[in-house]
Design a binder for this molecule. Structure first.
Ligand code: F6P
Length: 341
């Protein structure tokens, strides 16, 4: 069998480990052949294909980014569509596709599978917002990077007796904020799932400051104050027509300063959270997902993605993966909230 692999959507540390896990297992165990589509679905539609053998995947699990490149291309737009994808696969002798991507990627994969194209998915979301998998690769790395940044923000905050606001990724869900904030001992964690008032935030900040601490506020990019209808966005739309987020930290910092009288600074961590070397946890998870994807191909589990449940890798239909967001449950937020202020 000849299998094409693609990575699509925003990158996440661990993509290369998935590719390596799949290629290595496919060649070693099943004697399969691989090619890579460059830049996600764009490579499929344009027939932009590169060789992908043992040599190409050598030593790449520790590398950030993706050796195949990525894009937020929709395979149904422009010259794309089912016929075009079939044509590119036929011309290049490709029997099946492994699509590594988030919700948009898997939604497109599902439509193509419904049209008879053989696709297996691997979930990718640094925000950890896909409910079909307990954890997605890249999340642990992002939490580690954010925690390290917050530890640093705390020492400079202490030195100047300032309130520090750290903005992290998290469009719809606050997992990165919750975990990094808890790890760093934040005095307030603000997540998209919980609108919060300025008064409440300032109460937490003041309480921490009154105890002699330099307050640390962690805010997810998708968070809204209770007075806001939508998440803060001032950068237009992305390729999928979604508002580009970022800037809520800068927005609330002067409000905190004005209301509490405590000098306040904001730092947006942004894409630093997605860059660089994946953690050991993410390398292992990503490798296992890549290996399981190949088993799925061999078993003909088309229209399914691999996922982590507890410590097991399982197979889940795309529908399930696309159904609901993996939001932070109230119980997890309320548990963290005990530590605020
Ligand atoms: O979906 C993952 C994510 O990292 C979000 O947290 C963030 O809003 C978005 O991607 C950023 O996307 P881009 O790389 O297109 O700026």
């Amino acid at each position: 069998m000849r299998i094409g692999i693609l990575t699509s959507g925003g990158d996440a540390p661990g993509l290369n480990a998935v590719i390596r896990g799949a290629v290595f297992t496919g060649i070693q165990v099943y004697n399969q052949e691989f090619v890579g589509f460059r830049n996600g679905w764009r490579g499929v539609v344009q027939g932009d294909i590169v060789p992908l053998g043992r040599h190409e995947v050598k030593g790449i699990s520790k590398q950030g980014g993706t050796i195949l490149g990525t894009s937020r291309t929709n395979p149904f737009e422009g010259i794309g569509g089912v016929d075009r994808v079939n044509e590119v696969m036929r011309t290049n002798g490709i029997d099946a596709i492994i699509a590594i991507g988030g919700e948009g990627t898997l939604a497109a994969a599902r439509r193509l599978t419904d049209a008879g194209i053989k696709i297996v998915g691997v979930p990718k979301t640094v925000d950890n917002d896909l409910s079909a998998t307990d954890y997605s690769f890249g999340f642990d790395t992002a939490v580690g990077i954010a925690t390290d940044a917050m530890d640093r923000l705390r020492t400079t905050g202490d030195a100047h007796d300032r309130c520090m606001v750290a903005e992290v990724m998290g469009r719809h869900v606050g997992w990165i904020a919750l975990h990094s904030g808890m790890a760093a001992g934040a005095h307030a964690i603000l997540i998209p799932e919980r609108k919060t008032s300025v008064e409440q935030i300032c109460d937490w900040v003041t309480a921490a400051h009154d105890r002699g601490r330099a307050p640390l506020v962690v805010v997810a990019e998708g968070f809204s104050l209770d007075s806001m209808d939508d998440a803060h966005s001032e950068r237009g739309l992305d390729a999928f027509g979604r508002p580009r987020l970022g800037g809520i930290g800068e927005m609330i910092a002067p409000i905190i300063e004005e209301r509490t009288g405590i000098e306040t600074r904001a730092t947006t961590l942004g894409h630093i959270q997605r860059g660089g070397t994946p953690s050991a946890f993410d390398r292992v998870l990503a490798t296992r997902l890549g290996m399981a994807a190949i088993n799925s191909v061999v078993e003909g589990n088309w229209g399914q993605m691999v996922a982590l449940r507890g410590t097991d890798i399982v197979h889940v239909p795309f529908e399930e993966a696309l159904g609901t967001l993996n939001t932070v449950p109230d119980s997890r937020y309320d548990e963290a909230r005990i530590l605020f202020g």
